[in-house]
Design a protein around this ligand. Structure first.
Ligand SMILES: Nc1nc2c(ncn2[C@@H]2O[C@H](COP(=O)(O)OP(=O)(O)OP(=O)(O)O)[C@@H](O)[C@H]2O)c(=O)[nH]1
Ligand SMILES: [Mg+2]
Length: 175
């Protein structure tokens, strides 16, 4: 979960198993902080993550402008433009406070070549769709990697485990 401070990332963060397209998917979501982050840490999780939800708030134009920076960071750290990403405009329930139009969101997603959703974490609108879309992107890349004989996905999984290891003790999850 990437995005400016206050856009609503933490409302969606959890670790769980869900079924997507009749196949189980283990979601292990890292809720990052929008502000005051150590760059070294950010580079680590950007390298380790399998997919990214870039979120902004439709009530905060600044957070929308920041979305592009997060995308650029991902590309730079991973040295590829081909990373599973979903763009999310959150707080869609706050229509009176809207500063970013649906069209602008769609336009940015076209630029990123990724799926786009306007969500309300508060009302759980389109949250499941976001995770399903991200998992589909990840699966698509995995299938392509297998076809081309790469073993990249296994490597990125172990990177993720290593990255998460120091945090595990603090969590109440049982692995
Ligand atoms: N109305 C409305 N409020 C929301 C929504 N999502 C989050 N909020 C509220 O927005 C505020 C910020 O949400 P957080 O989840 O803490 O934001 P964050 O992106 O995690 O922010 P940082 O942790 O500072 O990076 C909280 O008061 C949430 O209750 C939403 O969809 N609609
Ligand atoms: Mg947060």
């Amino acid at each position: 979960m990437l995005g400016e401070g206050g856009v609503g990332k933490s409302e969606d963060a959890y670790k769980t198993q869900i079924r997507i397209d009749d196949e189980p998917a283990n979601l292990d979501i890292l809720d990052t902080a929008g502000q005051a982050e150590f760059t070294a840490m950010r580079d680590q999780y950007m390298r380790a993550g399998e997919g990214f939800i870039i979120s902004y708030s439709i009530t905060d134009r600044r957070s929308f402008q920041e979305a592009r920076h997060f995308k650029q960071l991902i590309c730079r750290v991973r040295r590829t433009v081909d990373t599973p990403v979903v763009l999310v405009g959150n707080k869609s329930d706050l229509t009176q406070l809207r500063q970013v139009s649906v069209e602008e969101g769609k336009e940015l997603a076209r630029e990123f070549q990724c799926p786009f959703f306007e969500t309300s974490a508060a009302f759980r609108y389109y949250i499941d769709e976001v995770f399903a879309a991200l998992v589909r992107q990840i699966r698509q890349r995995e299938a392509e990697a297998v076809r081309s004989g790469e073993r990249k996905t296994r490597r990125s999984r172990s990177l993720w485990s290593r990255f998460k290891a120091p945090f595990r003790k603090k969590q109440h999850s049982n692995n």
